[in-house]
Ligand binder design. Structure first.
Ligand code: RTP
Ligand code: MG
Length: 178
C-alpha cells in the first residue's frame, strides 16, 4: 500500500513536470508503473508525398512496433514551417527550407513508444543522405540534403514543442498495439 502511494506520488510528479510538453504518459499494468511512453513528431516531407513514398514509410514505422497516435495530411502554412524549423533561423538554408516545407503536402504523425525519439532518429538516418546508411529511410530514398524525405524531432523537449504545431490534444488517440 505504501509502495502504491509512493508510485502514485511519483506519477503525479512526472505528470506535473512534463505536462507542458504533453508528450509522455505513464503506462500502468496491474497497479504498477511499467514505464514512460514517449511521443515524437514525424512528418513525411513534400517531395516524398509527391513521389508516393508515404505507404512504404508508414509501413516501416508500423513494422518496427511503434504506435501511430495521430496522423494528418496537410499543406503547412509558412508560420507552421517557420515554427518547426525555428532553431535554424539565421542559417544559410533556413529560408529555402521553410519555403520548401510550406510548398506542398506533408504527412504529419505523432509516433509513440519507449525511447521513440532515439528509435525514429536511428530509423531515418543522417541528415545528409550521402552519409545516411542503407536501411535507413534517408539512406534508401534520398539524394538531396534539403529534400531528405522525413523529419523527426531530435529530443523529447523539441517533440513537446513541435507536436502542438500540427495537433490539438483531442486529435491524439490513446490505444495500445497488440
Ligand atoms: P529534420 O529536422 O528535418 O528532422 O532534419 P535533421 O534533424 O536531420 O537536420 P537539421 O539539422 O535539423 O536540419 C533540418 C533540415 O534542414 C535541411 N538542411 N539543409 N546544408 C543544408 O543545405 C541543409 N542542412 C539541413 C534538411 O532538410 C534538414 O532535414
Ligand atoms: Mg532537426
Amino acid at each position: 500500500m505504501v509502495l502504491l502511494q509512493q508510485v502514485q506520488k511519483e506519477f503525479r510528479q512526472v505528470e506535473a513536470g512534463r505536462s507542458q510538453a504533453s508528450m509522455d504518459k505513464v503506462l500502468w499494468k496491474g497497479g504498477k508503473r511499467e514505464g514512460l511512453i514517449e511521443r515524437t513528431l514525424v512528418f513525411i516531407k513534400p517531395e516524398a508525398v509527391i513521389r508516393g513514398l508515404m505507404g512504404g514509410i508508414i509501413s516501416r514505422i508500423e513494422r518496427r512496433g511503434l504506435t501511430i497516435a495521430a496522423m494528418k495530411l496537410l499543406q503547412p502554412t509558412r508560420v507552421q514551417a517557420e515554427n518547426i524549423y525555428e532553431v535554424h533561423k539565421g542559417k544559410s538554408f533556413y529560408e529555402s527550407l521553410v519555403e520548401h516545407i510550406a510548398s506542398g503536402p506533408i504527412l504529419a504523425m505523432i509516433v509513440e513508444g519507449p525511447n521513440v525519439v532515439s528509435f525514429v532518429r536511428n530509423m531515418i538516418g543522417s541528415t545528409d543522405p550521402l552519409e545516411a546508411r542503407p536501411g535507413t529511410i534517408r539512406g534508401d530514398f534520398a539524394l538531396d540534403v534539403q529534400k531528405n524525405i522525413i523529419h523527426a524531432s531530435d529530443s523529447l523537449e523539441n517533440a513537446g514543442k513541435e507536436i502542438p504545431i500540427f495537433f490539438k490534444p483531442d486529435e491524439i488517440l490513446d490505444y495500445r498495439k497488440r
